[in-house]
Each structure stands twice: as C-alpha cells, then as structure tokens.
Ligand binder design. Structure first.
Ligand SMILES: [Zn+2]
Length: 458
C-alpha cells in the first residue's frame, strides 16, 4: 500500500514536470486572408517552455503562393510540437454574368419560358458558365454564380406572360403579280403562324378582288390576329392590257425599253431575269461578242426584239466610209442571223442619228446611210428618253429618275439604256414597277413601230 502511493507520487511529479517543460508555439493572427499577388508577410510567432524562449529553434515550412488563388498552410515546428497557420489567397472581382435575350422576356400565356442563354466569365477562373445556378420562379428567373474566391454575381430576368409577337403571314406566289387582261386570277395561297398559337392559317381573312377584265391595280389584303396583335399583308395585282396583243404600239403610254452595246455576261443576265419576272418585252441593239451569243439567243427566244448596233462600235471605223458603214451593218446582221436564225431589220446608229462625231470621218455619211438603210428595208431608231447611263449618271437612282421623270402618256416613250452597266441593270425592276403602277404598257420595238428619229446633223 505504501509502495504504491510512493510510485503514484513519483509518476505525478514526472508528468507535472514534463508539462511544465513542454514547448508551446503561439501564432500572431492565426488564419489569414490576403489578396491575389499581395505579398505574404509573416505576422509573427513565439515559442517557449515554462523556463525558456525557444523561438529561434522553430522551423517553418510554407507552401503559400500568392500568385494563385487557393488555401495554403504555413507549418511551425519545434521538435514534436507543431502549429499550422491557414492562409487563403483570394481575388475580389466578381464574375460577369450576362444574359442573352431580353431582361424582360415575354412568355406565351400558358407557355413556359425557354432559356435564351447566359454566360459567366470570371477574371480569374475564366468561363464558369457551367457553374451558374438557376432559380425559376413564376415571374422571374434568378441566375447566380460564384468564383473560387467566393465572389457572387446575381442577375434576374423578368418574365411577362403576354403574347407580344405579331403573327406572321407568308404569301405563296409573288406579292406583286402582273396579269394580262382576260386571263384569270387564282388565289396562290398563304400560310399564317403565331409564336404562341402555332398554325393559324384558318384564321386569316381575305379582302379585295381582282377584275381580270379591267386593267388596273388591285390589292388583296390578308389579315390575321392572335387575339392581341394583328398582322396585315398585301398582294398587289396589276392587270395590264398585255404585251403580245398590244396592237397600239405607237399610242401614248407605251414604253419601249431599249438596251445598247450588250450583251454583257452578268448585267444582261440580270436584266433578262427582271424582264421575265414581269413579262415585259424590250429591245436589244447588240454589239455581238465572242462567247456571249447565248445571251442574244435568249433575248430572241424570250420574245425581245434584236436590233443591229455595230460589230466594233468604234466611230472611226464605223463612220470611216460608206463601205465601212454598210459592212459593219451587214456583218452585225449576219452574226445575229447565225445566233437567232433570223435577220433583223431594226437598227440604231452608234451615237444616234444626230451624232456629229461622224463628221470628222466622213462628211454627210449619216444622211446617205439613213437613206441606204431605208432603201434596204431597215428601220432605224433613236430615242426620246435618255437614261443618262452612258455617262451623265452612274447610279441606279440616277437612271431610274432620269427615265421615270421623262415618261409621258401623251406619246410613245423610247428609252435609251445600256445593258453593259450594273447600275442600269439594278434600276430596271423599279422602272418596270413604276410603269406598271402608273398605267404604262411595255412593248418591244418591231417593224410596226413608228421610227423615233433625232434630227440628222451630218
Ligand atoms: Zn452604243
């Protein structure tokens, strides 16, 4: 009994002593948060036993890297005693969260919102779109995202349950149609759809009619509503006296579109397409070129008139002598015959019959050759409206304005243009529409057309 008391006392003394002599480490500001790229400064520490300061004996191991966001440790050690300081490196710029679509988004009544998209970019983490949290409530959607440093950005999208998109009507066929008197008009059809209601073709109401026997401009109106918004679309139908059955070629209000100097690979192509679209016939005074004969063939096959202009179009050679002139005309005509299978008897002087440039090559040549043309069955045509596209203007607006401002219902209108110019090609559709909408008729020049002459000046 006595012995055991002595042993216990002995153990107690040893424990007490070792407790008093055990080393302790104390840290100043234990855990730290510092900004990215900020310098880490040791905040200080102290180590001691009951009797001694042992700070100098402490070893430190640190993995702090302030150039990278993260959590690091600084470990302080004295023999078996250890203390850890946690260092957190953060950045403070919150991510940017952007919404695609509208902040106020309309949703079909009874419909549900279809996410229009969003993007989250953080200055440090980069693209964190996949970390975005979405909270959907009845009238709003909340998007939030946090970067690795814990900076949070929140954005809201408001939902409005309203159909704010108008329905759409798509017309089948052309929205501008040209029809010949006495033919027939059949509704080409239409389709209507709405973002909320889907196909609403059966809700379309149609207004207007076409009197196919009376020339004029007619309008068919298509209307549809989704209950909130209404959409109206029009189809314009021009009933004209027609072209092939004109029979009034020299009457007022006829327009003869004439194109000189072509064909041209792209511009003549475009003009032919436009003429075809409106079933308008025109006249081409050609300067045949190798490889482009197919365009003259197409002009001819499409019902346009082909006339002779020149093979060379070089004044000094065309007007060099009577023989040179006749040679140019007959050569040009045989090329046309080779291409179309038919000779033409329509002619236009290079520079017009009033040109004075020919004086310097052969005095009186226009006077002599105009007689020669007539004696040989040719009709020659000048113009009474110049589009100005040979130099006065180089824009489609200019060509259009020059032509339409000079059109008259009191005479026939022979319009000079050149299918070699893109700006001319681009003006044709507007000129045709102006003519149609204002009651003019288009026709190709034929041998029945009254010749249009300037005064001869040489
Ligand atoms: Zn010319």
């Amino acid at each position: 009994m006595k012995v055991s008391i002595i042993v216990l006392c002995f153990i107690g003394v040893i424990l007490f002593t070792s407790l008093l002599t055990a080393p302790k480490i104390k840290l100043v500001d234990k855990d730290l948060i510092i900004n990215l790229n900020e310098e880490y400064k040791e905040p200080g520490y102290k180590a001691y036993t009951l009797w001694f300061d042992i700070t100098d004996g402490v070893s430190i191991v640190s993995d702090v890297d302030t150039s990278k966001v993260g959590e690091y440790k600084v470990i302080y050690k004295f023999k078996h005693t250890k203390k850890v300081r946690k260092v957190k490196v953060i950045e403070t710029i919150p991510p940017e969260l952007t919404l695609e679509g509208d902040i106020d988004s309309y949703v079909c009544p009874n419909g549900s919102y279809v996410e229009a998209g969003f993007k989250a970019i953080d200055n440090y983490d980069g693209d964190i779109t996949d970390k975005v949290n979405i909270k959907v409530e009845k009238d709003k959607i909340t998007y939030s995202v946090s970067d690795t440093s814990g900076n949070i950005t929140t954005v809201e999208r408001n939902l409005k349950y309203e159909d704010n998109n108008s329905p759409e009507i798509k017309l089948k066929g052309e929205s501008r149609m040209t029809l010949k008197v006495g033919t027939s008009y059949t509704e080409p059809g239409y389709e209507a759809s709405d973002n909320c209601l889907g196909d609403i073709t059966d809700k379309v109401s149609i207004d207007g009619s076409v009197d196919i026997n009376t020339p004029g401009n007619y309008k068919i109106t298509y209307k549809v509503s989704d209950g909130v918004n209404e959409t109206v679309v029009e189809r314009n139908i021009y009933v004209t006296k027609g072209l092939a059955t004109l029979g009034v070629e020299n009457a007022g209000g006829v327009i003869y579109l004439t194109f000189d100097d072509g064909p041209h690979s792209s511009n003549t192509r475009k003009i032919l397409d436009t003429l075809k679209k409106y079933d308008v016939k025109a006249t081409f005074f050609v300067v045949p070129k190798d490889g482009l004969g197919y365009l003259i063939k197409e002009e001819y096959d499409s019902g346009h008139s082909i006339g002779i202009h020149s093979v060379t179009h070089t004044y000094s050679s065309v007007y060099a002598s009577d023989e040179a002139f006749k040679n140019d005309v007959t050569r040009c005509n045989s090329i046309i015959k080779d291409i179309t299978g038919e000779y033409t008897h329509l002619y236009r002087f290079p520079g017009g019959s009033s040109n004075t440039v020919s004086r310097s090559y052969s005095n009186g040549i226009i006077t002599r050759m105009s007689n020669w043309l007539h004696d040989n069955g040719y009709h020659y045509f000048d113009w009474n409206i110049s589009s100005g596209d040979a130099g006065a203007t180089t824009s489609s607006d200019g060509v259009y304005n020059n032509v339409v401002s000079r059109l008259s219902k009191d005479r026939y209108n022979v319009v000079l243009m050149h299918d070699t110019h893109e700006y001319t090609a681009n003006a044709i559709e507007r000129i045709i529409l102006y003519g149609i909408e204002n009651g003019y008729t288009f026709a190709p020049i034929t041998m029945n057309t009254k010749e249009s002459h300037h005064g001869i000046a040489n």
